[in-house]
Ligand binder design. Structure first.
Ligand SMILES: O=C(O)CCC(=O)C(=O)O
Length: 446
């Protein structure tokens, strides 16, 4: 029989119990389909401890041991075969077991807070969303408590985290168009509809990340130094020895930024939705107004030293790349240049060129020299629009942080139907979107 069990807030200190509000109910016993009885039973035992149930037999230590066993079994299942083929229930198991491990650690007074944050992040990175992202909120709370405690140590290390100088002097030949104060209408008409890239030099100047809360290495560490993230290791993702490792942001900075010269490989926090994992960072950015369906945007963070390379590739979606800190050299080839760019044959890398832009092999790729391109150095505060299927190559010129926002056409404003200037009111154009405006005949230009 399934019982609707209530969470035992009494096991926790009040500041932690406040964060756990969304844990309030759970259905016991667990009977997750496709998951063996042993695992369902272990999950149920852990559940009984934290959700009021008079039949609870396990104690905290037992629950911690059980959750580790479940995590090992789920890990094995998730790492056998292709990630996309993994039954979502095993990811759910992994997150639930992570939550139970975290709850055990939180309930004990002697637990290491960094272990708690790590367990939360593992559940967030490997698992499935659970109880209104409870692990993210626990991690944020414990992370802020821990960072306050270790402040002194942080201040002494921070001296090493200053900006690196720009590593190359680049003279550009065929520059990407640059615009300032571009109206939404002109952006749509002249760039989006024409599939033409453009650099908006004031594109993100109002973001807190560039004004009131300026992003820097120090800032990210101050907010999230103990958070575990995936780091790409290797000079580019097309290399045979390229791999990914999970590590804390602080370890990443220490190893691959501060002591970069001592490493054989480049480390890059790339293509990672840090905002899903650490939603507080959302306060520092604003999705551009061209994006109407904010929930349909794929957001990735790129954070690394100079010398990171994203090889020549294209994305199927509309791409807005915001440079928050540092500089990047970017080269762009339109879709009609594809015949000169030698896309790879294997399906999962067919959006990536075989040509190494920094060292093109003219014997193997003779047509490459005929390809025409545009280029730019994207600087902090600038936003680059890359149309769908537009090839691009990116090399960072200094320590840098960037945010990529990708979406389908249906999530962007369109000139005809969505964006209509209806009146000139006082000193600003009053613009309204589709649902609010009604018919085109209603347009009043004052
Ligand atoms: O910044 C980078 O290294 C890569 C960015 C990129 O590939 C993109 O925006 O599609």
């Amino acid at each position: 029989m399934t019982t609707n069990a209530k969470f035992r807030f009494d096991l926790f200190e009040s500041n932690i119990a406040a964060v756990l509000q969304d844990c309030s109910y759970i259905n016991l016993p667990f009977e997750l389909p496709g998951v063996n009885d042993e695992v369902n039973d272990l999950l149920t035992n852990c559940g009984k401890l934290f959700f009021q149930d008079t039949t609870a037999t396990s104690d905290l230590l037992q629950c911690e041991t059980d959750s580790k066993i479940i995590l090992d079994i789920a890990w094995e299942k998730m790492n056998t075969g292709h990630w996309k083929d993994v039954d979502t229930n095993w990811r759910y198991v992994y997150t639930l077991a992570s939550l139970f491990k975290v709850l055990c650690l939180l309930a004990r007074s002697d637990s290491n807070k960094i272990d708690i944050i790590k367990a939360c992040d593992m559940g967030l990175l490997m698992g499935a969303p659970l109880m209104k992202n409870i692990l993210s909120r626990i991690a944020s709370k414990v992370s802020s408590m821990t960072i306050m405690e270790k402040n002194q140590d942080f201040i002494s290390k921070a001296k090493k985290w200053k900006m690196s100088p720009i590593s190359e002097d680049i003279s550009l030949k065929n520059e990407v168009k640059v615009e300032k104060k571009l109206s939404q209408e002109d952006f749509i008409k002249n760039y989006m509809e024409k599939s033409c890239p453009v650099v908006l030099i004031d594109g993100i100047k109002n973001w807190p990340a560039l004004s009131s809360k300026p992003w820097s290495i120090e800032y990210i560490l101050e907010k999230a130094r103990y958070r575990t993230v995936p780091i790409e290791i290797g000079s580019k993702y097309t290399d045979d020895n390229w791999t990914q490792k999970l590590m804390t942001i602080e370890d990443f900075v220490e190893k691959y930024i501060t002591n970069k010269s001592q490493q054989k490989e480049v480390g890059y926090l790339a293509q990672h939705n840090l905002f899903d994992q650490i939603p507080e960072f959302f306060e520092d950015i604003e999705l551009p107004s061209y994006i109407t369906k904010k929930d349909d945007v794929d957001i990735s963070v790129y954070f690394g030293p100079d010398g990171t390379i994203s090889p020549l590739h294209f994305d199927p979606k509309y791409n807005l790349l915001a440079q928050v800190m540092g500089e990047k050299y970017i080269r762009l080839y339109s879709e009609d240049q594809t015949e000169f760019l030698y896309p790879r044959h294997n399906t999962w890398l067919s959006n990536t060129s075989q040509v190494d832009i920094d060292n093109p092999d003219s014997e193997s790729f003779p047509l490459f020299s005929q390809a025409t391109y545009q280029e730019c150095v994207l600087k902090a505060g600038q936003l680059l629009f890359i149309p769908p299927k537009y090839w691009h190559y990116v090399r960072s010129l200094s320590n840098n942080q960037a945010i990529q926002m990708c979406c389908e056409k249906g999530s962007l404003l369109t000139r005809e139907s969505d964006f209509i200037v209806i009146a000139f009111k006082k000193d600003h154009w009053l613009a309204k979107t589709k649902g609010e405006v009604g018919k085109k005949e209603d347009i009043i230009i004052a």
